[in-house]
Write a protein that binds this ligand. Structure first.
Ligand SMILES: NC(=O)C1=CN([C@@H]2O[C@H](COP(=O)(O)OP(=O)(O)OC[C@H]3O[C@@H](n4cnc5c(N)ncnc54)[C@H](OP(=O)(O)O)[C@@H]3O)[C@@H](O)[C@H]2O)C=CC1
Ligand SMILES: CC(=O)C(=O)O
Ligand SMILES: [Mg+2]
Length: 421
C-alpha cells in the first residue's frame, strides 16, 4: 500500500473518534419517567417475563437484531495469527458492514483463548445475548471443531463467515465466470491454493455445484495434497488425489480455474501463462491477492479475474453474503443456517449479476456502467437489491426447510434497511 493510502487508512480509523462503531439508544431517556421505565423499577417487568418465557427476550430486548462477531485472531485476513486484539479493526469492520448493508447491530468480541475448547466454552456461555453468532478469522483446522461444537450447543445461527460466507460468494461468482468463459464446472480443472477454512468450504461447495473432485488440486504450504502424503489432517485428506503433480506450477499447467485463499503474490506470471485458454482466476487473499491484478491482466487478456478487494472489478468477498444471510435468518428466527439457505443465497447472488444495474449503484461507483460480463460477474456490495433478493431467498429456504421459528415475513421483500422491523 502506498504511504498516502496507509496514512488515509490509519486516519480513517483514528479520527474524529477512534474506531468505526458506537452504541445508540433507541428509547426516550429525557425524563425521570423515562428512566423509571428504562431502568429501576420498570426494567424488572421484562426480566420477569423473560424468566417465565425465554422467547420473550426477542420481544423485550435487542437480542433478535444483535449478532456477535467473534474471533480469536488466529487467521486475520491473510495476515496470519496476530492474536485477538489486532483482529479488532476487522471485527469492527464486519460490524460496520452488518449495520450498513442489513441494519444488524453487532458487538465485536475478541477472545483470548488457550485452546479451541476454551474458545467454545467462552462463546457458548455468552450466546444467549445474541440472535446469531458470526465466527470470523479463526484458523483451520481448529475452526471446524469450534463451529461444529457451537452449532450443537446453541439454538441460534452460528456461522463461520470465512468458510460459508466465502464459499457462497465464490460459488456464485464461479458459476457466472465459467458460463462467460464457456466452460462447464463438471469439466473444469481447478487449482485451489490454500487448504484452510475458506479453501475447504469453497471447494466443498463447488463440488456440490458440480465440480469433480478428481479435477481438483488443492495445495497447502507443502504443495499438492495427494494420496502419498502422510501429514494431512482429516479436512485436507478429503481432497487428496492420486497424481504426480507436486507444485503449484505443476497444478496450474492446463488448469481452467485458480482459486487463491492463501497469501500474497504466490501465483507467478509463468504459472498464469501455463493455464488453459480463457481461465478464471479468483485471487481472493486479503489484503494482498495471490497475484497483483495489474500483472495478471498484462500477462494475458483472455482471463476473468476477481479479487477480494473493493478497488478492483469483481470483488469476490464474503461481504456479499453475511449481512444478507443473517438478515434473512434473523427475520424468520432460524435456529441454524443450513445448506438449503446457503444454496439459496448462491443462486440469488448469481442471478442478480445478470440483471440490469440500477442508477444508484452506478452513481456509488463514480458513474461506471456495469453489465454482466468479464468485469462484472457478481453484484456490487452497494447494490440495495442484495437486501431484497438474498434475504428473501434465505428466509424462504429457512421456512421451506423447517428451521424457521417464524413464518416468512409479511414485510418482505425488503426494499431498503428502513423497511426492517
Ligand atoms: N475474499 C474473501 O471473501 C475471503 C478471503 N480469505 C482469504 O483467504 C486466506 C486464508 O484465510 P483462511 O482460510 O481464513 O485462513 P486459514 O489459516 O484457515 O488457512 C490458510 C491456508 O492458506 C495456506 N497458505 C498460507 N500461505 C501459503 C503459501 N505460501 N503457500 C501455500 N499455501 C499457503 C495455509 O497452508 P497450511 O495449511 O500449510 O498452513 C492454509 O491452508 C486469507 O488470505 C484470507 O484473506 C478468507 C476468507 C474470505
Ligand atoms: C474477507 C475476509 O473475511 C477475510 O479475508 O478473512
Ligand atoms: Mg475473514
Amino acid at each position: 500500500m502506498s504511504e498516502d493510502k496507509r496514512k488515509a487508512a490509519l486516519d480513517y480509523h483514528e479520527f474524529p473518534k477512534p474506531g468505526k462503531l458506537s452504541v445508540e439508544i433507541t428509547k426516550p431517556t429525557a425524563t425521570s419517567r423515562d428512566l423509571a421505565l428504562a431502568y429501576s423499577p420498570g426494567v424488572a417487568e421484562p426480566c420477569r417475563e423473560i424468566d417465565k418465557n425465554p422467547e420473550d427476550a426477542y420481544r423485550y430486548t435487542n437480542k433478535g437484531n444483535l449478532v456477535a462477531v467473534i474471533s480469536d485472531g488466529s487467521a486475520i485476513l491473510g495476515l496470519g495469527n496476530l492474536g485477538p486484539l489486532a483482529s479488532k479493526p476487522v471485527m469492527e469492520g464486519k460490524g460496520v458492514l452488518f449495520k450498513r448493508f442489513a441494519g444488524i447491530d453487532v458487538f465485536d468480541i475478541e477472545v483470548k483463548s488457550e485452546s479451541p475448547q476454551a474458545f467454545i466454552d467462552t462463546v457458548a456461555r455468552i450466546a444467549d445475548t445474541f440472535g446469531g453468532i458470526n465466527l470470523e478469522d479463526i484458523k483451520a483446522p481448529e475452526c471446524f471443531e469450534i463451529e461444529r461444537e457451537l452449532i450443537s450447543k446453541c439454538d441460534i445461527p452460528v456461522f463461520h463467515d470465512d468458510q460459508h460466507g466465502t464459499a457462497i460468494v465464490t460459488a456464485a461468482g464461479m458459476i457466472n465466470a465459467l458460463e462467460l468463459q464457456d466452460k462447464r464446472i463438471e469439466d473444469a480443472k481447478i487449482v485451489c491454493l490454500g487448504a484452510g477454512a475458506a479453501a475447504v468450504a469453497c471447494m466443498k461447495l463447488l463440488i456440490s455445484c458440480g465440480a469433480q473432485s478428481q479435477n481438483l488440486y488443492m495445495l497447502d504450504r507443502k504443495g499438492v495434497i495427494h494420496t502419498g502424503r502422510d501429514d494431512l489432517n482429516q479436512y485436507k485428506a478429503m481432497f487428496a488425489i492420486e497424481t504426480d503433480k507436486r507444485t503449484l506450477a505443476d497444478a496450474c499447467d492446463g488448469a481452467d480455474v485458480f482459486v487463491g485463499l492463501s497469501g500474497p503474490d504466490l501465483l507467478t506470471a509463468d504459472m498464469l501463462k501455463s493455464m488453459a485458454p480463457n481461465p478464471v482466476v479468483f485471487a481472493c487473499s486479503n489484503p494482498d491477492p495471490e497475484i497483483k491484478p495489474e500483472l495478471a491482466l498484462e500477462t494475458r487478456d483472455d482471463l476473468i479475474l476477481a479479487t477480494g478487494r473493493s478497488d478492483y472489478p469483481n470483488q469476490v468477498n464474503n461481504v456479499l453474503g453475511f449481512p444478507f444471510i443473517f438478515r434473512g435468518a434473523l427475520d424468520v428466527r432460524a435456529s441454524v443456517i443450513n445448506e438449503e439457505m446457503k444454496v439459496a443465497a448462491v443462486h440469488a447472488l448469481r442471478e442478480l449479476a445478470k440483471e440490469p444495474v440500477p442508477e444508484d449503484v452506478i452513481q456509488a461507483y463514480d458513474g461506471e456502467r456495469f453489465e454482466f460480463g468479464k468485469n462484472y460477474i457478481i453484484p456490487k456490495p452497494m447494490d440495495k437489491r442484495l437486501l431484497t433478493n438474498v434475504c428473501a431467498a434465505v428466509a424462504r429456504a429457512a421456512v421451506d426447510s423447517g428451521v424457521a421459528r417464524l413464518p416468512y415475513p409479511a414485510h418482505y421483500p425488503l426494499e431498503s434497511i428502513d423497511d426492517i422491523k
